[in-house]
Design a protein around this ligand. Structure first.
Ligand SMILES: C[S@@+](CC[C@H](N)C(=O)[O-])C[C@H]1O[C@@H](n2cnc3c(N)ncnc32)[C@H](O)[C@@H]1O
Length: 192
């Protein structure tokens, strides 16, 4: 199926599903379209080839990330919910992005050591309470000169306060809050 058609279908499904579901674990909680476009521009502008995503859900954001990569690019995407992992896999097939996506199943704390290489770009969109505990490992995986983007930095600012304090304490990290979508926190990793 053509990219724009798949994305429009997923956007509609995301709205309908999340309105109908009262169980939060069954909601997709997808990024907004403008966030997807923004991520796509950042990935192209930085010539990123290796991306790590935490929080696949049904794969909507992953498809944005994968589509912005060159043919030999890869997105490693972590998700703990097995139903969503299967749904995402079907959506990668539909959008012809499967060849660029490596799905890692399990809790981010357990799966992070399985990420085999240094990353050019990291997108965080999962359980915000875990971010401080994984911060050291996440920023070790990010190459020097790499960019991390964290979703929900305005919609759930209070839940990200400790993570932002940790980032501010690291001299080699610079950050900027972009008021787009649910609020995107950009973090650049400089030389230590
Ligand atoms: C906000 S949704 C991700 C939405 C997705 N990025 C998108 O825009 O299409 C968050 C996802 O993170 C997953 N998640 C939450 N905590 C996690 C954890 N500790 N390890 C792995 N996945 C987790 C949830 O199951 C959920 O599917």
């Amino acid at each position: 199926m053509e990219f724009h058609r798949v994305m429009e279908d997923l956007e509609l499904l995301g709205i309908q599903n999340d309105l109908a579901q009262s169980d939060k674990s069954k909601k997709y909680l997808n990024i907004t379209r403008d966030t997807g476009e923004f991520l796509s521009v950042l990935i192209k502008a930085t010539s990123a080839r290796r991306i790590l995503e935490v929080g696949t859900s049904n794969g909507y954001s992953t498809i944005w990330l994968a589509s912005a990569l060159p043919e030999d690019g890869k997105v490693y995407t972590i998700e703990a919910n097995f139903e969503k992992i299967e749904e995402a896999s079907l959506n990668f097939n539909k959008s012809h992005t499967s060849s660029k996506v490596i799905q890692l199943a399990g809790d981010v704390v357990e799966v992070l050591p399985d990420v085999p290489e240094s990353m050019d770009f990291i997108f965080l969109d999962a359980d915000r309470k875990t971010y401080v505990s994984i911060a050291e490992d996440i920023f070790t995986l990010l190459k020097t000169g790499g960019l991390l983007v964290c979703d929900n930095a305005i919609s759930h600012a209070d839940e990200l306060a400790d993570f932002r304090t940790w980032i501010s304490s690291q001299q080699h990290l610079s950050s900027s809050l972009v008021p787009l979508g649910k609020g995107e926190l950009l973090v650049y990793k400089g030389e230590k």
